[in-house]
Write a protein that binds this ligand. Structure first.
Ligand code: FAD
Length: 339
């Protein structure tokens, strides 16, 4: 029988992915006929435990203390190792994210187990837990099991509906952990202004911009400044996440006039990312990679292109608008602003 532990840092309101991972853990435990426990670590853990009181966990374990407030390899990995040992877990599941992804391999090694990241599905095969993950730049899906335990997993966002439930009162089993004195000290956090942060994994919509935005338009003009304004206005009004084709982000490296807020982090496709959003809208974009690989996990797909013969937009979009994206997005922005 598996002993299952759902783990997440307790650093304020739990993330959407943490609640999705909890829902997936609960479902897996039900399928295996097993119980599961919750493990938390952070400066303060009681409020998070209370928020999850109704989730059906058999036990709540927590490592609590000011030294666990900040994201840091040494303290995070020590806390998680202690939680895994205290719970005796054979299966450990946490939400993908910088904090969990950084430590899972190290923790699995210390426990003599195995780790897998980018897990996109959980199932039961012949009575044993199995995971799904994608290979070869998201082109093939594999389902695998392992005999080694503990098996430490990082679950991708978007694979289960987020757990919801009323807060209550949870009884925590405190787990002792004394990490080595940290060599690094967090003195503050610097992050770009919210409007400069164009990659928004939790957004409902992925807006993909293509190189057409910077190309000569039917009136003979290049309108990069105008394109920049239209796209930024749209992102501000819709809170969509911004993806880009490779051609467009590559222009920057070639010193050509381009959209200044784009970087390779925005690139979707075979050599970019394959984000998960409910909807996608590609604009001024012709390539295979953004329309097939980049859109692999997008629910409903639409495209705006001047090219009525673009086979990728026609073949991969649910709705194709053969239209000038400048005119369409201008109108969309006006409608959104009026709302
Ligand atoms: C090994 C390999 C890996 C690759 N990986 C990736 C990847 O990860 N991601 C990726 O994106 N690409 C990738 N590529 C490149 C990819 O094949 C395409 O070349 C690229 O995506 C094309 O970019 P684009 O659609 O922005 O530009 P273009 O092909 O130049 O298309 C621009 C489109 O904009 C349209 N347009 C112009 N003006 C307007 C307007 N006003 N309104 C509406 N439409 C307009 C044009 O009609 C045209 O269809 C890869 C290629 C290789 C070989």
């Amino acid at each position: 029988m598996e002993t299952i532990l759902f783990l997440t840092p307790s650093d304020g309101a739990l993330s959407k992915n943490a609640l999705e991972t909890l829902a997936a853990t609960k479902q897996l435990a039900d399928s295996l006929g097993a119980t599961f426990s919750v493990g938390l670590w952070g400066d303060e853990t009681q409020a998070s435990a209370d928020g999850l009181a109704a989730c059906g966990a058999a036990k709540f374990f927590a490592v609590t203390g000011p030294e666990f407030a900040q994201s840091r390899y040494s303290t995070d990995s020590a806390a998680v190792e202690a939680l895994c040992r205290a719970s005796g877990a054979t299966l450990v599941l946490g939400p993908s994210g910088s904090r969990w992804n950084r430590i899972l391999a190290g923790v699995a090694h210390r426990l003599g187990g195995r780790a897998d990241s980018h897990v996109t599905g959980l199932s039961v095969a012949d009575g044993a837990p199995a995971i799904a993950r994608w290979f070869y730049r998201q082109r093939m899906e594999g389902v695998l099991t392992r005999t080694q335990r503990p098996w430490v997993l990082a679950l991708e966002s978007g694979i289960a509906p987020a757990w919801q439930g009323a807060p209550g009162s949870a009884t925590i089993e405190a787990v002792a952990c004394t990490p080595a004195a940290p060599r690094s000290k967090v003195t503050g956090i610097e992050s770009p202004a919210e409007d400069l942060q164009t990659i928004r994994p939790d957004a409902d919509l992925l807006f993909v911009s293509g190189a057409g935005w910077t190309k000569k338009q039917p009136d003979g003009q290049i309108k990069t400044e105008e394109a920049q304004k239209i796209i930024l206005d749209f992102l501000r009004l819709s809170r969509a996440s911004l993806g880009s084709t490779k051609s467009l982000v590559d222009l920057h490296g070639e010193g050509q006039a381009t959209l200044t807020f784009l970087s390779h982090m925005n690139q979707v496709g075979q050599t970019g990312s394959t984000p998960r959003h409910a909807k996608g809208l590609s604009t001024c974009c012709h390539g295979e990679e953004p329309h097939t690989v980049g859109w692999r996990f997008i629910g409903e797909r639409r495209a705006i292109s001047l090219d009525p013969n673009c086979g990728w937009a026609r073949g991969k979009a649910d709705v194709l608008y053969v239209a000038d994206a400048f005119a369409v997005m201008d109108k969309v922005n006006a409608l959104l602003a009026a709302k």
